[in-house]
Design a protein around this ligand. Structure first.
Ligand SMILES: [Zn+2]
Length: 284
């Protein structure tokens, strides 16, 4: 695996998501202005990827490209260099509406390549929709982040890479701790890591996210295993069992503390872009 001290860790902050509300935690940023402020604070705390959903004026999830455009523009102004990743997840819209923001050409977008259960519904990603989202990402030169809710999603990403539907080596994020999908299981996690290395090379970057109470556990597993990590209020609104997280930045600081514990430097945005093979922005 090599020396962890030589492997900067990319911290991704998932600021809003589709589900959390102010009632769950008043620190969840809902308006674009709140999102920009929360991201800037998280960026200063060490996050170098921001994973974005947008909400409408009622606070409901939407895929409105105009809303995404406002957010992207604000983030470029206030967090120069930070990697902007827009969600094409299925809680914010249906069908091709999920990819309506891809012409904005963000650095990255999430891409689910298969279906699975969610807590109260099926997370449906039909083959034709997956292919369409992947083709839009190729058209607009958007790097996909493969959201692996299941082992089969990693193998599907390998097939799509081999036949050219995914342009570069897939950057896979394991998502664990989703109710009715994959729990935070250490043996499965280790097998996920083994599988991405077998399919994409020993040095391939990968990431892991844990939902709810498993967020910090997955941060520890990923950081200590040479992977990259995700945190933020989208996945978890608590800083410990009894306390609401005061901000996205507070969760980022937790992840940065875990990096220190395992002697891993937190990646700068320049390092993060280099690790992921992303262009350097003209303005930063
Ligand atoms: Zn998301």
């Amino acid at each position: 695996m090599g020396d962890l001290a030589d492997q900067p860790c990319i911290i991704c902050v998932a600021i809003t998501g589709s589900l959390p509300t102010k009632e769950n935690n008043p620190a969840v940023p809902i308006s674009v202005a709140e999102q920009i402020e929360s991201t800037q604070e998280a960026f200063e705390a060490g996050a170098t990827i921001v994973h974005c959903h947008v909400r409408d004026d009622q606070g409901k999830p939407t895929s409105d490209p105009d809303r995404f455009a406002q957010l992207k523009h604000g983030l470029e102004q206030h967090c120069p260099g930070m990697i902007i990743q827009l969600s094409t997840g299925g809680r914010s819209g249906a069908g091709q509406a999920r990819g309506g923001m891809l012409p904005l050409a963000p650095d990255m977008a999430s891409l689910a390549v298969g279906s699975n259960n969610f807590p109260t519904r099926v997370y449906e990603n039909t083959p034709d929709l997956v292919d369409w989202l992947a083709s839009e990402m190729r058209t607009y030169d958007v790097k996909p982040q493969i959201e692996a809710f299941d082992l089969s999603h990693i193998l599907q990403a390998a097939i799509m890479f081999k036949d050219g539907r995914i342009k570069d080596r897939p950057y896979v994020q394991f998502v664990m701790g989703v109710k009715n999908a994959m729990p935070a299981d250490r043996d499965v996690f280790d097998y996920y890591v083994h599988t991405v290395k077998r399919l994409f090379g020993e040095d391939v970057p990968w990431c892991a996210a844990g939902i709810g109470a498993s967020q910090i556990r997955l941060n520890e597993w990923a950081i200590s295993s040479g992977g990259h990590c995700r945190t933020g209020l989208e996945d978890n609104v608590r800083i410990d069992r009894d306390t609401l997280a005061p901000s996205n930045a507070a969760l980022v600081r937790c992840a940065a503390d875990i990096c220190r514990k395992f002697d891993r430097p937190v990646a700068t945005w320049q390092q993060a872009r280099q690790i992921l093979g992303l262009r350097m922005p003209a303005t930063a």
